[in-house]
Design a protein around this ligand. Structure first.
Ligand code: NI
Length: 167
């Protein structure tokens, strides 16, 4: 397993729209394992392939306290959504920034698992938020896009400054 570099906002590659995974085979499973390793190491509760510069519709999440409930969603699709809930979100691609975002409170999602088997899942609370957040990444969308332009600009400047300092 390897830790993968995570793209940081405002990297334009984060704006790429991901393509469906055609077949779930031996080439995709090492990527899934690396993504889990990278997410747990960060540490974070979710990671989309887009964030590690792989533009496939694939994401991993684990919102459990013990970090023992890994969940992979390949080609995820939201079947239904209801309610509205605001919660504080962060993102491994926008480190150190936490802002409230409004999302559907409950979702039903369909996806393929690591063996290519289709399953459906009802999610609410943090899991629902996390799945919606990661699915946005697959569309090239970031949580900062939900904020006001002024706020987003401020975050962008902060990130650019930090990256200059890191070089
Ligand atoms: Ni994110």
């Amino acid at each position: 397993m390897a830790l993968l570099p995570i793209l940081r906002y405002p990297d334009p590659r984060l704006r790429t729209v991901a393509k469906p995974v055609e077949t779930v085979d031996e080439t995709i499973r090492p990527l899934i394992d690396d993504m889990f390793a990278t997410m747990y190491d960060a540490p974070g509760v979710g990671l989309a392939a887009t964030q590690v510069n792989v533009h496939l519709r694939l994401l991993v999440v684990d919102v459990s306290e013990q970090k023992d409930q890994p969940l992979v969603l390949i080609n995820p699709e939201i079947l239904s959504a209801s309610g509205q809930e605001q919660s504080e979100e962060g993102c491994l691609s926008v480190p150190g920034i936490y802002e409230p975002v409004e999302r559907a409170a409950q979702i039903r999602v369909a996806a393929l698992d690591r063996h290519g088997t289709r399953f459906e899942l009802d999610a609410e609370g943090m899991l629902a938020v996390c799945i919606q957040h990661e699915m946005d990444h697959l569309e090239g969308k970031l949580f900062v896009d939900y904020l006001s332009q002024i706020k987003r600009q401020r975050i962008r400047k902060k990130m650019e400054k930090r990256q200059r300092r890191a070089v």
